[in-house]
Design a protein around this ligand. Structure first.
Ligand code: NAD
Length: 368
């Protein structure tokens, strides 16, 4: 059987620095676990603009459509701020998401015990937290028509339209139920069915998909504002939360910060299954290119490494290997190793990007 294929787009700023640590893990998997990937590399964002005058070439886009998974670092930086909107680095990422039709965005909020003190919430509220927010990514109010700023009488009116079709709701609901079956079998769907018709339809369709295909999964519904309160009050009551694009944008950022640093947060964006049954998929850390620390070897590579672990789990059915990586991360944190972003105001001695990657490799070795 052919090796699983992976396209690496390290991008700009700290992207290549954190990706270098993922490459060490990929090499380790080949050496120690007998798992070999066909890895190719390409350019995205500012570096692609520098080389080709576009943030993503058609060739790289076509290649992304063919591989089993894309792993992206980060794009952007002050050097590109003045570029025309059409060629800004972020356009490369948006094109990937759009053309691959990545409608299901998975944002885990996982709190490693060693970092529980780092959260703005009480330790007992967040220690051991492990939830995933599934955000619909390609429809809803960010895309609905009509939109714009119009003149109405003597004043201007700004309009955006929340629009969801049944099939758009059904496919993201299915993705959440599938995910729940690999976890604790519990989905909470969030909308505002009390004040929005699109919310009423959302609730009905999620319930229909559940009753038809996933009766074994526990399903609850919650208004998104109540959900936001519950996320802060007792987040451990949730397993998988599924919600629309707008609410998901807010709730996933709030949930992410329960766990501490941006340098720890992975994400996955999944689309429809390909011919081989695997979903189209892009994995990336939540953070950006961090121009303030780029080139200094200070970046935390854990978000990117955990994004690779998500690829193992969701694209390659290698849940055990994903867990091995997550456990290795947990171990180095429990041993007290910290990149600068993981040190509180009281300070301490930070280690660099490469040393953190090496420590994770050592923990992986110790796990064998
Ligand atoms: P950012 O995420 O790059 O940085 C925010 C802060 O978090 C900075 O202080 C940074 O040093 C720190 N940080 C981020 N990742 C870190 C890591 N792995 N380790 C240690 N510290 C880390 O967000 P920003 O400063 O708002 O944006 C910088 C650039 O990145 C902009 O050009 C923006 O458009 C782009 N951006 C790209 C993406 C993406 O590629 N998906 C996402 C967000 C922002």
């Amino acid at each position: 059987m052919a090796n699983p294929s992976l396209l690496i787009l390290a991008g700009d700023g700290i992207g290549p620095e954190v990706m270098a640590e993922v490459k060490k893990i990929i090499a380790w998997m080949g050496d120690k676990r007998g798992v070999t990937f066909d890895v190719s590399e390409g350019l995205v964002g500012g570096c692609s603009y520098d080389a080709h005058g576009t943030p993503l070439t058609d060739e790289t886009m076509a290649h992304a459509q063919e591989v089993d998974a894309v792993l992206l670092g980060a794009v952007g930086g002050p050097k590109y701020d003045k570029l025309d909107f059409s060629v800004k680095p972020e356009r490369g990422l948006l094109r990937l998401r759009k053309e691959m039709d990545l409608f299901s965005n998975l944002r885990p909020a996982q709190c490693f015990d060693a970092l529980a003190d780092f959260s703005s919430l009480k330790k007992e509220v967040v220690a051991g937290l492990d939830i995933v927010i599934v955000r619909e990514l390609t429809s809803g109010v960010y895309f609905g028509e009509p939109r714009g700023i119009f003149k109405e009488g003597n004043e201007r009116v700004g309009i955006n339209t929340q629009r969801y079709t049944e099939s758009e709701i059904a496919r993201v609901a299915k993705s959440a139920f599938e995910l729940a079956r690999r976890r604790n079998n519990k989905v909470c769907s969030m909308e505002k069915a009390n004040v929005m018709e699109s919310g009423i339809l959302w609730r009905e369709v999620v319930q229909e998909v559940h009753d038809r295909d996933y009766p074994d999964v526990e399903l609850s519904h919650m208004y998104a504002d109540a959900g936001a309160m519950q996320l802060c009050r007792w987040p451990k009551q949730f397993d998988v939360i599924v919600t629309d694009n707008l609410f998901g944008d807010l709730l996933s950022d709030a949930a992410a910060m329960l766990t501490g640093s941006l340098g720890m947060l992975p994400s996955a964006s999944l689309g429809a299954p390909m011919a081989n049954g695997r979903p189209k998929a892009l994995y990336e850390p939540v953070h950006g290119s961090a121009p303030d620390i780029a080139g200094q070897g200070k970046a935390n590579p854990i978000a990117c490494i955990l994004s690779f672990a998500m690829a193992l789990r969701y694209s390659f059915d290698m849940g055990t290997e994903a867990e091995r990586i997550e456990k290795a991360v947990e171990k180095v944190l429990a041993d007290g190793l910290r990149t600068a972003d993981l040190l509180g105001p009281e300070g301490g001695s930070p280690i660099g990007t490469s040393a953190m990657g090496d420590a994770i490799i050592a923990a992986l070795d110790a796990s064998l």
